[in-house]
Design a protein around this ligand. Structure first.
Ligand code: C5P
Length: 221
C-alpha cells in the first residue's frame, strides 16, 4: 500500500536525448544525460506513484520499481507516450527530444565522395504539445532550457503549449545539460517559485512536491 504525496497516481515521464539515424552507422543527438528525468522517476516512485519512464539512450540504470521503456527516435518516443498516456494522471516531459530528424535514412553507409553535402531535416512531433492538446489529459509538466530571458520565454511556452507547469532552467554557459546540479524556475498559470541550485536528486524531490500541490489544486477546482 503506497503512501506519499503521489500515492495511487500513475506518472509518465520522458527522459534523455533522442537519436535520429542518418544511415546504418550515424545519428544526430544532443548532450542530454537523462539525469533529471531519472531523478524525477525515482522521486515520484518514492512519493508513492506508479512510474513509467520512456527513455532515450542514456548511461543510467532505471531506478528500482520504475517501469522503463527504451526508445531511440523522437517518433518512437511519441508512440510510446501516446499509447500509455491515457493511464497517467501526471505527464512530465524532461526528454531533450530532437526537434528535427534527417528527412531520409540512407540504406547504406554514406560515402565520403562529394566535397560538400547538405542534409535535409524534417520536423519531429512535439510530444509535450501533443499530450497537452488531448481532450482528456493528465496534469502536464514541461521543461524549458533557455539561454536568455528565462522567465519570459518559459511563461510564453507555458501558455503557448497549454501546460499546467513548466520547469525552466538557464543553460547559458553550458549549465544544466549533463550536470549533476541544477536550479529551476517553476511557473504555472497564476504563480511560480524558484528552486535554488542543488543536486538533481534534491531538485526532483522538490519538484514532485510542487507537482503534488498542483494536482491538489486541479482537483479542488
Ligand atoms: O519547445 P521546447 O523544445 O523548448 O520545449 C521543451 C519541452 O518540450 C520539454 O519539456 C521537452 O521534453 C518537450 N518536447 C517534446 N517533444 C519535442 C520537443 C520538446 O516533448 N519534439
Amino acid at each position: 500500500f503506497a503512501t506519499g504525496a503521489l500515492a495511487g497516481l500513475s506518472v509518465l515521464i520522458t527522459a534523455g536525448p533522442t537519436r535520429e539515424p542518418l544511415d546504418p552507422v550515424r545519428y544526430l543527438t544532443n548532450r542530454s544525460s537523462g539525469k533529471m528525468g531519472y531523478a524525477l522517476a525515482r522521486a515520484a516512485r518514492e512519493a508513492g506513484a506508479r512510474v513509467t519512464l520512456v527513455s532515450g539512450p542514456t548511461a543510467i540504470a532505471p531506478p528500482p520499481g520504475v517501469e522503463c521503456v527504451h526508445v531511440e527516435t523522437a517518433q518512437q518516443m511519441h508512440e510510446a507516450v501516446m499509447s500509455r498516456v491515457a493511464q497517467a494522471q501526471v505527464f512530465v516531459a524532461t526528454a531533450a527530444v530532437a526537434d528535427y530528424r534527417p528527412a531520409s535514412i540512407a540504406d547504406q553507409k554514406i560515402k565520403k565522395d562529394a566535397a560538400r553535402r547538405s542534409l535535409e531535416l524534417e520536423r519531429n512531433p512535439d510530444i509535450l504539445a501533443a499530450v497537452a492538446a488531448l481532450p482528456q489529459r493528465p496534469l502536464v509538466v514541461g521543461f524549458a532550457a533557455e539561454t536568455q530571458d528565462l522567465e519570459r520565454n518559459a511563461r510564453a511556452k507555458l501558455m503557448k503549449k497549454g501546460l499546467d507547469l513548466i520547469a525552466a532552467n538557464d543553460v547559458s554557459g553550458g549549465r544544466g545539460f549533463d550536470a549533476d546540479d541544477n536550479a529551476l524556475t517553476l511557473l504555472w498559470p497564476g504563480g511560480g517559485t524558484t528552486l535554488p541550485l542543488q543536486s538533481k536528486e534534491q531538485l526532483a524531490r522538490q519538484l514532485v512536491a510542487v507537482i503534488a500541490d498542483r494536482m491538489g489544486e486541479a482537483n479542488s477546482r
